[in-house]
Design a protein around this ligand. Structure first.
Ligand code: BG6
Ligand code: MG
Length: 222
């Protein structure tokens, strides 16, 4: 039976995935690099510096920048992002997520956060959701970000739970890869085109229903 559910933050619990997109887009435009939502799918779940590297590579300007310059750009993007999330409050929790967390807790199944974001603990506080979580993995705890499984295995290891008894919930292709390579059951929210490799996928967060997820977990082909 499942003993732990690990939730991604940006794009699953709240719509900060959109704010990351807008902040990167603003920075990229200042650099004369344009990218669209299709390219942005590759940035979801990816750490701040790795995202910057991918954008610079797209603009073919990666090689010409020093480490200091890159740090300045990443910091500038984070400034834009912090402006966008300043007003975030419990009203910004995505539909269905609080019911899911409530059902999860009532079932006695542990709850963890598996986020690539350095801003994750701050955002969880602003959403007033911190109390639900038995363990939080953010960018500070991992050496290898998604698609490496470390974000998810860290949470399971900290709580002493076997990977096969864990479920991960993600909106990013790289996040689903991370869950799958951890040997966990992957649940994705978003489009089939990007997330077809998940064990179970729904279109919208309100379709993330606790009983459905548990049923799919039990019916997975072994
Ligand atoms: C992930 C987001 O959760 O966190 C990425 O999906 C983001 O888009 C990454 O780049 C890092 O976030 P931050 O807040 O540390 O810049
Ligand atoms: Mg995400």
């Amino acid at each position: 039976a499942p003993q732990l559910i690990i939730y991604d933050l940006d794009g699953v619990i709240t719509d900060t995935a959109e704010f990351h997109f807008l902040a990167w887009k603003k920075l990229a435009e200042e650099l004369g690099i344009t990218f669209d939502r299709q390219f942005n799918e590759q940035l979801k779940g990816i750490s701040r510096m790795d995202s910057l590297d991918r954008i610079l590579a797209l603009g073919e300007s990666a090689a010409s920048l020093s480490a200091e310059e890159k740090l300045e750009l990443a910091t500038r993007k984070n400034g834009y992002y912090l402006e966008l999330i300043e007003e975030i409050n419990p009203g910004h929790i995505l539909p269905g997520i609080e019911a899911l967390l409530d059902d999860n807790k009532q079932a006695g199944i542990k709850i963890a956060l598996g986020s690539a974001s350095k801003n994750a603990p701050h955002i969880l506080d602003k959403l007033e959701l911190s109390d639900y979580f038995d363990y939080i993995v953010d960018a500070a705890q991992v050496t290898k970000g998604k698609p490496d499984p470390e974000t998810f295995t860290n949470a399971a290891d900290a709580l002493g739970i076997a990977y096969e008894n864990c479920i991960g919930i993600e909106d990013a292709a790289a996040g689903v890869d991370a869950i799958n390579s951890a040997g966990m059951f992957s649940v994705a929210v978003g489009e089939q085109a990007h997330l077809g490799h998940a064990h179970y996928r729904v279109d919208h967060t309100q379709d993330l229903v606790f009983q459905d997820i548990i049923e799919r977990f039990h019916n997975q082909p072994k």
